[in-house]
Design a binder for this molecule. Structure first.
Ligand code: FMN
Length: 243
């Protein structure tokens, strides 16, 4: 038997799909799953303001003007600015799959970002070490206090680590990636730290903030300051471009 002409089959198919889906929903055979957004509040954490998804600086302009800046004004960052930097580093950009702003080998996500906030470093935040929770776009206070002096000492006395209002620190759990890729996972983790670092650089540049990547530090001392079992890979002092 000949098939009905196409102009009849499309509405018919649509009607069938709608009817079948409705029947499955009514019988409970299919549940509507709501994917949690990245800004759901969690008890005991500090909710960050939602990141902006549009800016005034193009990616080309940010790449062209990115520079390492080591001198900062004595001026705090806003929570919105910190939110934006953390989102650029590891924010969830695909809530359905939990994928983040920076690529990750096999989506294993071995990196955690911490913010070491100095006294008066971020408006509305007490000084301390905070862990960024990408799933909730929130902060968890790890330690109260201003650790800028200790962090600078751990970084061989680099003054910009002490003077920045905020230092973002990236630390890795290698096992998350090596359990999938074996020893090769170690290099993947380092590559991923580079992706995250460049995201932060470009976002800071687009917001007219200054920062520098710091790789010279004593790993054990930084881990102790953060109170983590993870391996610190990078420190990024960030602040307003200074005198
Ligand atoms: C892996 C790595 C480690 C770095 N470590 C430090 C550091 O410990 N201290 C510092 O002041 N700059 C550090 N830098 C920044 C470089 O000195 C800087 O990128 C370089 O001078 C080029 O300048 P630009 O970033 O403005 O292009 C590091 C950069 C990278 C990529």
């Amino acid at each position: 038997m000949a098939h009905p002409p196409l102009r009849y089959s499309i509405p018919l198919t649509l009607a069938l799909v709608i009817l079948t889906t409705g029947a499955l929903l009514l019988t409970g055979a299919v549940r509507v799953v709501r994917v949690p957004g990245p800004v759901a509040a969690v008890e005991g954490t500090i909710q960050l303001p939602a990141p902006r998804l549009e800016g005034e600086v193009s990616v080309e302009e940010a790449i062209a003007s990115r520079r390492s800046i080591r001198s900062y004004a004595n001026s705090p960052l806003t929570l919105q600015e910190l939110s934006q930097l953390l989102w650029a580093a590891q924010g969830i950009t695909d809530p359905a799959r939990g994928f983040r702003s920076a690529p990750s080998a096999g989506a294993t996500y071995p990196l955690t970002v911490f913010a070491a906030v100095s006294e008066g470093g971020v408006l509305g935040l007490e000084p301390g070490i905070y862990e960024y929770l990408p799933e909730h776009h929130a902060l968890r206070l790890v330690r109260r206090g201003d650790f800028s002096q200790e962090l600078a000492e751990a970084a061989l006395g680099q003054a910009w680590v002490r003077e920045a209002p905020v230092c973002l620190v990236i630390a890795a759990d290698y096992s998350r990636t090596t359990r999938v890729y074996g020893e090769r996972g170690v290099r993947y983790v380092h590559m991923e730290a580079g992706h995250v670092g460049e995201n932060i650089y470009l976002q800071a540049t687009a917001m007219d903030l200054g920062m520098v990547a710091v790789g010279a530090f004593h790993d054990g001392d930084v881990a102790e300051i953060l109170r983590v079992e993870l391996s610190p890979l990078y420190i990024f002092p960030v602040g307003r471009v200074g005198p």
